[in-house]
Design a protein around this ligand. Sequence first.
Ligand SMILES: [Fe+2]
Length: 256
Amino acid sequence: MASPTYSVPGLSRRDNDRVVDLLQARLACYNDLHLTLKHVHWNVVGRNFIGVHEMIDPQVDLVRGYADEVAERIAAMGAAPGGRASDIIALRDWDDYSLGRSTAIAHLAALNKVYDGVVETNRSVIEELGDLDPISEDMMIGHTGQLEKFQWFVRAHLEDEYGEIAGEDARTERGAARKTSTSKSTAKRTPAAKRTSAAKRTSAAASSTGRHARTTAPAGATRATAKKTAAKTAAKKTAAKKTAAKRTTARKRTER
Ligand SMILES: [Fe+2]
């Protein structure tokens, strides 16, 4: 991205450049987010279709508006805002949204993970902007409050009467979506079961990095798990073969 040609009055060139870098990354995030939201709007199916389909469009408009504000702030600071698809790809540190056609509840669980990442990163940017530029900080605070409000809309669909949010403890969008189909939120829960859920939530929160726009299981971890599963399956097959061979020998002995 080209360097700023000038800085805003009263801001050092160095601070101006850092603020521009932070805002360029937020612009890429917002552009990706409103495209992702539209993708969900088009791909949601099943029960609650119309409610979720229609709930998403106002958020698309809001996030597009935020992208515009961030881009114009970058321009006011003397730099060229990067608004192309290639700028999103160059600046992102997250994977593509991972669901295609899916149920409303699965998409909402995945979107909950998306908003976790966006809000966490915005909050860390706000913290840094607090020392650099109160004007950009103020803009980002306004955006983040509204993004948190929309995440509440999403979570309200996933929450049961005990305050448990389906898929909340999953690390990936797909993991969260999967958990909505196995959710036992309607089952009668004992105090012990509630304590287990609370412990799971605490452990998931502790393992979150809080830096990335989205949390995704590392590919290496997935491959390691697949290897272990394959090794276990092979060991089981060998054991089954040995048992079968023993039985055959025993049968032959009996026949003799
Ligand atoms: Fe539409």
